[in-house]
Design a protein around this ligand. Sequence first.
Ligand SMILES: Nc1ncnc2c1ncn2[C@@H]1O[C@H](COP(=O)(O)OP(=O)(O)OP(=O)(O)O)[C@@H](O)[C@H]1O
Length: 313
Amino acid sequence: MSSVLLSVSNLSKSYGGRLAVDGVSFQVMAGQVVGLLGPNGAGKSTTVGMIAGLLRSDGGSVTLNGEPITPGNSAAKRKLGLVPQDLALYDDLSALENLKLFGALYGLAGAQLKQRCAEVLQQVRLSDRADDKPATFSGGMKRRLNIAAALLHRPALLILDEPTVGVDPQSRNAIFDTLEALKAQGMALIYTSHYMEEVERLADHIVIIDHGKVLADESPAGLYRRLPSQAALRAELAQAPAAALLQELARQPGVTSVRADGAALDIGLQETAGAPAVLAWLAAQAGAPLHFATNRASLEDIFLTLTGRTLRD
Ligand SMILES: Nc1ncnc2c1ncn2[C@@H]1O[C@H](COP(=O)(O)OP(=O)(O)OP(=O)(O)O)[C@@H](O)[C@H]1O
């Protein structure tokens, strides 16, 4: 049984009378990766700012290992690491000098500081660029240096706010490799994103947030179970099918919906594995389809089901 590491309870925050975070609650278990997913402006940054003790909440509480995190409690704040959206690096200092500065802020010094700097540079794969200035880095490399800085003091929980925004694909992969390695070492992560593919790749648990409210708080598998259709089959027949055939198709095992646009059919399926049987039935009834394609449902479909909007609206 894993234990509760972070507990977020009924957090709220307004900016000038406008509610940005509205009663957000969720938990992070030790070693768990939680994806905080929501469109731009949903309240993700405000939520993680309060979790990290940077922003004062209007109400609610955050505890890490049972200890309250507030802007005033710096001992508790030191148990977590935050990689903010806005990069905080000194362009005039080398990567290593930047890390030494951050390390000193966390109270590290001497041989221990030197060792930790070398270790975190290796973790983010920047060891060979230690002596170069961040001004010469790509956006992704700067982000990796930021992750390194947040790891120096060995936090129990690492919070990353949209770590791949403005990052080239190569660095994006390097960031993911780093995060996967941290996860394998048992570090708990909170990861905010509006890219569902990213959240899906890494998260054990997904919290969907919109307009400052939690809409779902579940494992990816649990989220998918909320969808009536796990997959869609699109098939184009040689000619438009008769209404009777469509009705019979809708009654086939595993078929959840049928929509026809002339000879093109959109068939909802309980699961992707149901596609061959449906295709075989169609071929026997109406001749082999000219084209067909299957699509697995995505977190985007889940968000659409929950809100009636797409994530990028
Ligand atoms: N400092 C601020 N002053 C006023 N309003 C703010 C401030 N910060 C955020 N907001 C507003 O609060 C709401 C939530 O913003 P927040 O940045 O937390 O969302 P987000 O989900 O992180 O979005 P993004 O991905 O764009 O950062 C938005 O309506 C935003 O405009």
